[in-house]
Design a protein around this ligand. Structure first.
Ligand SMILES: Cc1cc2nc3c(=O)[nH]c(=O)nc-3n(C[C@H](O)[C@H](O)[C@H](O)COP(=O)(O)O)c2cc1C
Length: 147
């Protein structure tokens, strides 16, 4: 059974709600999941897992959700060689066409720089998140199968 850590950053709760459904999919795929708000997570614990999932919304004009900023900086120089990874997050393509879900792309790059392998295309949710709950679960299951 693969051990997965899912770290999320969420200002108004949308990423957190998506995370719950991603976890359901991961568990359906027999992964053992630890879920942490990024405010309570430490970069040091990432490498204790087989796979790392990040959930992060995009704020400003293409910025990471506030709580994730220091965490991403702390990942500089960390080795995640041999680890599998994937990223999801909500955004708004109407209001922010040029920076739609930029946080997902940024965190994928960070994980790759640390040596992790991205095993599933980033899951980006546009606008209201509730209609995407089923897709979030399916994406979680897909990730679990890729571990
Ligand atoms: C001030 C502000 C800036 C935002 N900037 C972006 C952005 O650059 N790109 C994007 O895709 N969404 C952007 N959004 C949309 C949020 O990412 C979206 O509301 C998301 O669901 C929030 O998730 P959270 O509650 O988990 O933080 C912005 C929203 C606000 C209110």
């Amino acid at each position: 059974m693969a051990n997965v850590i899912l770290v999320f950053g969420s200002t108004t709760g949308n990423t957190e709600m998506l995370a719950e459904h991603v976890v359901a999919g991961l568990e359906e795929g027999m992964a053992s999941v630890t879920v942490k708000n990024v405010t309570e997570a430490s970069v040091d614990e990432l490498a204790d897992n087989d796979a790392i999932l990040f959930g992060c919304s995009t704020w400003g004009e293409g910025d990471l959700q506030d709580d994730f900023v220091d965490f991403q900086e702390a990942m500089d120089g960390v080795s995640l060689e041999g680890k599998k990874a994937a990223v999801f997050g909500p955004g708004d393509s109407e209001g922010y066409t040029d920076s739609f879900c930029a946080a997902v792309d940024m965190l994928e790059e960070t994980l790759k720089k640390c040596g992790a392998e991205i095993v599933a295309e980033g899951f980006k949710v546009d606008g209201v998140v509730e209609p995407a709950f089923e897709d979030a679960e399916a994406w979680g299951l897909k990730v679990a199968k890729a571990l």
